[in-house]
Design a protein around this ligand. Structure first.
Ligand code: B12
Ligand code: SF4
Length: 265
């Protein structure tokens, strides 16, 4: 299967003053897919490369993907929907997947606006996408999809959401990010003038602030083994020559404590 992942060409101004940011979802989801036995994965960062729609159309036409995947946070949703609309026009037979925080919570609205999308992957995506990919490859996804946890889809005008998939139990064993899918020379953190990486040390948050979506999204606080994570950082630094890190965790005191213990040991 030919699999094409696309970061929508969305621009937010503020965060981009500091530089271009590596879309970690592509490394984590692309790595999970490759590790499951689907090596033909290509990632196009239409945001960082500011790829216009007509050029993206040509890229999809040339690549002829069987599956197209994209992501969305809330401000990016229209660009994401449009990205998959282009894919639908150029490659009608491809399966179109959308994941990320916005469609996870807002799948009803997304399907009303963008009925050309085949599947929304809700929540933490690594295990769900592999289950779905296996069904797509076998040609049984239409029959099996109600039994695959963590999905939403349209079926005869009805929006169906399957039960949530459980959070990944062991991050050290399950996460297999493929950082090689990303064009590292493009991700520069301007204040330090060096490459920036955004690896996951922890997921979730142990707190439940009422205004916040993070604990609902990741559902359980889980952390990597600090030693294994520091090993990964060393490799990441060597392979990508990144000089700064952004640790996307919502529990910074816990992260700092765990990493300090690791360094001390
Ligand atoms: C690091 C970070 C930043 C960094 C770096 C961003 C980057 N591109 O790496 C900086 C500081 C630049 C930043 C900026 C912004 N951020 Co920010 N950021 C984060 C943070 C802390 C981590 C993101 C991350 O890398 N997570 C790890 C990856 C692996 O997770 P993920 O992308 O969600 O992907 C997983 C699943 O969602 C799913 N998935 C995602 N996409 C797909 C696609 C498919 C096909 C599948 C199958 C699965 C899948 O699988 C993945 C693995 O499990 C999150 C909060 C969080 N903890 O997630 C906020 C968060 C994403 N940011 C948020 C926002 C709003 C912004 C800004 C718009 C803020 C602003 N006003 O400028 C900008 C936008 C920047 C941009 N252009 O993308 C919000 C989005 C909320 C929403 N409703 O959508 C979040 C959720 C924080 C929050 N709760 O408010 N951000
Ligand atoms: S991520 Fe921050 S705001 Fe959200 S629940 Fe945790 S501590 Fe509260």
């Amino acid at each position: 299967m030919r699999i094409m992942m696309i970061q929508p060409n969305y621009h937010c101004g503020g965060a981009e003053i500091a530089g271009n940011w590596p879309p970690s979802w592509a490394a984590y989801i692309g790595g999970a897919i490759k590790h499951a036995g689907y090596p033909n994965v290509r990632f196009v960062d239409a945001m960082t490369n500011d790829i216009p729609d007509d050029v993206l159309t040509e890229m999809i036409r040339r690549n002829q993907p069987d599956v197209v995947l994209t992501t969305a946070i809330t401000p990016m949703i229209y660009k994401a929907q449009n990205t998959l609309k282009i894919a639908r026009q150029v490659r009608p037979q491809a399966k179109l997947l959308l994941g990320g925080i916005h469609p996870t919570f807002m799948y009803g609205q997304v399907f009303n606006e963008a009925p050309w999308i085949d599947y929304i992957v809700r929540g933490e995506g690594e295990e769900i996408v592999v289950n779905l990919m296996r069904a797509i490859e076998a040609g049984t996804d239409l029959k099996e999809r109600r039994n695959i946890k963590g999905l939403a889809f349209l079926e005869e005008d009805e929006i169906v959401a399957t039960p949530a998939h459980p959070p990944i139990r062991n991050l050290d064993e399950t996460l297999k990010p493929d950082w090689g899918l990303l064009e590292w020379e493009k991700y520069i953190y301007i204040p330090l003038n060096c490459r920036v990486a955004v690896p996951n040390f922890a997921r979730g948050c142990p707190f439940t602030c009422r205004f916040c979506s993070q604990w609902k999204f990741w559902r359980a606080y889980r952390a990597r083994d600090p030693k294994k994570f520091v090993d990964e950082l060393e490799l990441l630094k060597k392979n990508t020559r990144s000089g700064s890190l952004f640790l996307p965790t919502r529990s910074r005191p816990l992260t700092a404590r765990n990493l300090c213990i690791s360094v001390r040991n």
